[in-house]
Ligand binder design. Structure first.
Ligand SMILES: O=P(O)(O)OC[C@H]1O[C@](O)(CO)[C@@H](O)[C@@H]1O
Length: 187
């Protein structure tokens, strides 16, 4: 019996994962109600339009001490003047942190603490982002090509989308005169 095991594969240039333990999911515009300010426009778009895909490598399940590795592929696009973005979440176990790193494309990592204070970091190929526990995070593609971002996070962190869906982030990223700007959200 061989003791050399075949590992999964990470194509770092393309941000693609392959092999045992790898799964893929797509979030279409239909699955993002209440995420964009222009809800009527979102609802009028082709419901099958992909907004982002997530690939992840799971070899441990949701256990304390485990790690997940993932890659998010956020498509370019807008709903009204607001850029395509991920749903965004706090971790269910609030104290869990996460690393992100930029692989391709350009955008912003929007961060918000529990007091609803928001800030952003620029994301570009080679950028590295430490997301502390108790901080909600959302990726926003402000460019015109796909934005690809790697991630590694504790496998028991979980996703809490409720807090974000109820109140949203306190800042929205929209295009104004051809540039991305951060605006205080009204909802
Ligand atoms: O879960 P969201 O907010 O849609 O973000 C996409 C993905 O980004 C990650 O933070 C890293 O890939 C995952 O935990 C998450 O599923």
């Amino acid at each position: 019996m061989s003791i050399i095991h075949e590992p999964a594969l990470f194509d770092a240039a393309a941000g693609r994962l392959k092999g045992e333990g790898v799964s893929r999911s797509t979030r279409t515009i239909r699955e993002l109600p209440g995420v964009f300010a222009a809800e009527e426009e979102r609802a009028s778009l082709d419901p099958t339009l992909p907004v982002y895909e997530v690939e992840m490598h799971d070899r441990c399940g949701e256990v304390e001490g485990g790690l997940y590795f993932g890659v998010s592929h956020v498509h370019p696009g807008k709903v009204g003047n607001e850029f395509f973005m991920t749903k965004g979440h706090f971790h269910q176990k609030r104290d869990r942190g996460e690393y992100y790193w930029g692989i391709e494309g350009n955008g912003l990592l929007l961060l918000m603490d529990e007091a609803r204070h928001s800030w952003a970091e620029r994301v570009f190929p080679g950028s590295l982002h430490y997301i502390a526990g108790h901080v909600a995070h959302r990726l926003i593609n402000t460019g015109d090509v796909k934005m690809i971002v790697g991630a590694c996070w504790p496998s028991d962190a979980g996703h809490d989308y409720e807090a974000i869906l109820n109140e949203g982030f306190s800042v929205r990223v929209v295009e104004q005169d051809g540039s991305p700007v951060l605006l205080e959200a009204r909802s």
